[in-house]
Design a binder for this molecule. Structure first.
Ligand SMILES: Cc1ncc(COP(=O)(O)O)c(C=O)c1O
Length: 367
């Protein structure tokens, strides 16, 4: 039987036609498609500026630099994320300070941020991650940042189209970052985007992605080659038009799982607070006997993923840097409980039932 895939990019005729047009145009590096993608993405998020990059990781690096993060600065972030988040802080020579997360939402816990701010005097910024497609609890975080003059950077790599109190993520803080890796809610192959309302941040980001260039062959700051190609931007333009539809299907799949799995006492299902619009990049459950359940699903031809099996603070790299002493009991315990089920928009109703049946059979329940 065909496996139930964990993630599948949905590439259609529109993407192919747009890419062919770029290839035939002879302008395949950064050009008019990238400019249009930036304009349309900024409009989608509701900000004035967007700068396209060649990955979400490079977008994070540029966002931090453009927001003024400097060597030695402390940046509070979550340890329960992909390593690119905290690595981007290291790229700047800055220091990640890990706050714990909320066990219900998996997102950074404002109370834990407050405890760090009360203990540490020289924090410069907070880098939040809207994990799995759910916005962080932003109001208390924004208030703390306002009171103490901190920069807020949003890692929205997993949350294209997610809303907090009706407002799109990426537009809540000073600067936001998206990834267009193929497993994400929309893709460009590899790619990323920096979004901001600040002209200063946008101008700096534009220079940073292009070797710090102020004019042709004139460079007044250290920059990088982080440019997006027009081939990638063409895919992005087609995907952006489909994004709301993709998200609606992810949400519909999540509703089906919420109903099919509601009678399994060994599971904690994902939550969606009333004031949030979850876009279910991941449908992540907390499961008793998680590792055995994963093996059972693998054997049943159902792909799943442990996102994330180890908190970033406990990575060998972070241990070697002496950054592993954070008090993060919730993040550490989640690592041994979480399991992400297939939720992508290409799943069929039968596949959703197959996943649910296999979970019921593992726990000895009737579906
Ligand atoms: C939370 C988070 N931040 C950053 C990234 C980095 O994005 P990319 O893989 O496009 O470099 C990812 C994606 O993998 C991610 O999930």
């Amino acid at each position: 039987m065909k496996p139930v895939y964990y993630a599948r990019p949905l590439i259609g005729e529109e993407e192919k036609a747009r890419v062919m047009a770029v290839l035939e145009s002879g302008m395949i590096a950064m050009g008019p498609q990238t400019a249009e993608f930036q304009r349309k993405f900024a409009e989608y998020v509701g900000v004035d500026y967007a700068v396209a990059t060649n990955s979400g990781t490079s977008a994070l690096h540029v966002a931090l630099l453009a927001a003024g993060i400097q060597p030695g600065d402390k940046v509070i972030t979550t340890p329960f994320t992909f390593i690119a988040t905290s690595n981007s802080i290291l790229y700047c020579g800055a220091v990640p300070v890990f706050a714990d997360v909320d066990p219900r939402t998996f997102n950074i816990d404002p109370e834990s941020i407050k405890r760090i701010l009360d203990a540490e005097s020289d924090v410069k910024a907070i880098l939040v991650v809207h994990l799995y497609g759910l916005a962080c609890e932003m109001d208390p975080i924004l208030e703390m940042a306002r009171d103490r003059g901190l920069v807020i950077i949003e890692d929205c790599a997993q949350a294209h189209g997610a809303l907090y109190k009706g407002k799109p993520v990426g537009a809540l803080g000073d600067v936001g970052v998206f990834s267009f890796y193929p497993t994400k809610n929309m893709t460009t192959g590899e790619g990323g985007m920096v979004v901001t309302r600040s002209k200063d941040i946008a101008d700096r980001a534009l220079k940073l992605i292009n070797h710090g260039r102020s004019d042709r062959y004139l460079h007044d700051m250290l920059g990088y080659n982080y440019r997006m190609t027009d081939i990638a931007a063409a895919i992005g333009l087609a995907q952006l038009e489909k994004l709301d539809g993709f998200n609606a299907r992810r949400r519909a799949n999540a509703r089906v799982f919420n109903s099919l799995l509601s009678d399994v006492p060994a599971l904690v299902l994902p939550c969606e607070p009333d004031h949030c619009y979850h876009v279910y990049h991941q449908y992540t459950i907390r499961a008793e006997r998680r590792d055995e359940l994963k093996e059972h699903l693998d054997a049943s031809g159902i792909q799943t993923s442990i996102v994330y099996p180890i908190s970033q603070a406990k990575q060998p790299l972070y241990r070697s840097l002496g950054l592993d002493d954070a008090e993060i009991p919730v993040a550490d315990s989640l690592s041994s409980e979480v399991l992400s089920l297939p939720i992508h928009p290409g799943l069929t109703p039968d596949e959703l039932v197959r996943v649910s049946d296999a979970i019921h059979s593992f726990y000895g329940l009737k579906s």
